[in-house]
Ligand binder design. Structure first.
Ligand code: DER
Length: 236
């Protein structure tokens, strides 16, 4: 489909532009990054490259192992040459919403271990303002015992609604790879005109019980958007 082709174009271009031999790279989570790992495996086999891959979730770990790539970790490879990952929404200042797949915490940790974070996405993820296209809200990972008071604090302090994400293939809430719950904060649309995302993120991250937010601020070096006509748009 055009959607999948767009993801593939963005993923292939990102790998071709940024993967270098004898490096350790971070592998993101989600459906777009699958194309990047396909391309990476093809490149490694064709050009006999030595690349260590650091995962950002169980899904990412399975992707690496299923492609018979070399799995590393942050203990042995704390400095990564780049990270390739997806996003749920990108605004015109390359601010991201991530966490649609519930993997935001390890993704942000791995992204913090490189100065070259490369995002790959189809063009539907490109928005003028956060929330224009991605309607599920900003994912916030919380320690399970805290989720009710954290919801109340967010809704009181910042407005909107922040329901806990309920699982589809399991009874009860989604449990992350870190054993935590996720809130999807439907922020009030006008909040962006009242305060900066940095200020909002800082308030969220300091609520006791909040582990991490899906707001990635000033973390991205390159974004590759796959377009429906098979071309890509590169923003940096
Ligand atoms: O959960 C995440 O952060 C993923 O990277 C997600 O945001 C992107 O998933 P997609 O490539 O399937 O859209």
């Amino acid at each position: 489909s055009g959607h999948e082709d767009a993801k593939r174009v963005a993923a292939y271009q990102a790998v071709d532009d940024h993967i270098k031999n004898n490096t350790a790279v971070g592998i993101g989570s989600g459906s777009t990054v699958i194309y990047a790992v396909d391309r990476l495996a093809e490149k490694i086999n064709k050009e006999h490259l030595k690349i260590v891959c650091v995962a950002t979730s169980f899904q990412s770990r399975q992707l690496i192992l299923n492609h018979k790539l070399t799995l590393g970790d942050l203990e042995t490879h704390p400095d990564l040459s780049c990270v390739i990952d997806g996003a749920d929404e990108v605004d015109d200042k390359l601010l991201l919403i991530k966490g649609g797949g519930g993997c935001l915490t390890q993704e942000k940790i791995v992204a913090s271990c490189t100065s070259n974070v490369i995002i790959i996405a189809d063009h539907t993820k490109l928005s003028k303002h956060l929330g224009d296209n991605y309607k599920r809200g900003i994912p916030i990972e919380v320690i399970p015992l805290s989720y009710v008071p954290v919801i109340h604090k967010i809704e009181t302090m910042l407005g909107g609604k922040a329901p806990v994400r309920m699982a589809k293939s399991k009874a009860g809430p989604v449990v992350t790879d870190n054993g935590n719950f996720i809130l999807d904060w439907q922020f009030p649309p006008d909040i962006q005109s009242q305060q900066s995302w940095e200020a909002i993120n800082s308030k969220l991250i300091h609520i006791p019980g909040v582990v991490e937010t899906g707001l990635f601020i000033n973390m991205v070096s390159h974004v590759y958007f796959g377009m429906p006509d098979g071309t890509f748009l590169h923003k940096d």
